[in-house]
Design a protein around this ligand. Structure first.
Ligand SMILES: [Zn+2]
Length: 230
């Protein structure tokens, strides 16, 4: 709450380093952005995405495409920016990250027939407490660029899961299982599922399985950041 108030009082201050922003800068100053660690190209991010999902969960789910813009490191400026986006009311950062992802996807040309975008949902009570879902903002940013509709109503979070932060790798894996539910029948063949940060991939996979259970044939994933082993 204190952080939200700070951003409200000082909107032209960098969310990471608190220095005054230049007129052309928004939310993050250019020197903090220069510290973010982007993937070199979409193929590199997709390779690591596949590796993460396969190594932490086994080949439990096949997905078409995986896009990710940044490598995530603990205590990095990117972590501060994502924290501000998620917990400090800076949801516009989500839209900005989403547009970056959309551009990243389009830079590769073919989107493989994605029909709509579904953000990983928050539990209803958590959304009320936080007042917005950061993944929905990211999805909206992507949607603007790739011109596909965002359909948050296709997936709900039925179980109130504890935050992944502070859980061990094993607990993280178990945590989201069965946490999601989709409409009885989803009449869409290819969904792009969107999350903010992917650590083990367990949340994405649990959400993807719920959609598949409801009849979605193909799934692709997009996330702002992917945790890399340090
Ligand atoms: Zn800064």
């Amino acid at each position: 709450m204190r952080e939200q108030l700070l951003h409200l009082l000082f909107p032209n201050v960098c969310v990471v380093c608190r220095k005054l922003l230049l007129p052309a800068e928004k939310y993050c100053c250019s020197s903090c952005i220069a510290e973010f660690n982007p993937f070199k190209n979409p193929s590199e991010s997709e390779r690591l995405f596949r590796h993460t999902i396969a190594s932490s969960l086994g080949e439990t789910i096949l997905f078409e495409r995986g896009w990710c813009r940044y490598q995530f490191h603990k205590k990095s400026p990117l972590q501060h920016a994502l924290h501000a986006m998620k917990y400090e009311g800076m949801f516009n950062l989500g839209t900005i990250f989403g547009r970056q992802l959309g551009e990243w996807m389009l830079s590769q040309g073919e989107l493989g027939g994605i029909e709509c975008i579904v953000p990983v949902p928050l539990h209803r009570l958590k959304k009320i407490a936080r007042s917005y879902n950061q993944s929905e903002k990211i999805a909206e940013g992507i949607g603007e660029l790739i011109k596909r509709p965002v359909r948050p109503e296709l997936l709900v979070r039925k179980r109130y899961t504890v935050s992944q932060t502070g859980l061990s790798a094993m607990e993280r894996k178990k945590n989201p299982e069965g946490a999601f539910q989709s409409a009885k029948i989803v009449n869409v063949s290819h969904v792009l599922l969107v999350d903010d940060i992917v650590t083990t991939g367990a949340t994405l996979v649990a959400a993807a399985l719920a959609l598949r259970h409801a009849g979605v044939d193909k799934l692709s994933f997009a996330a702002v950041a992917l945790a890399v082993n340090e």
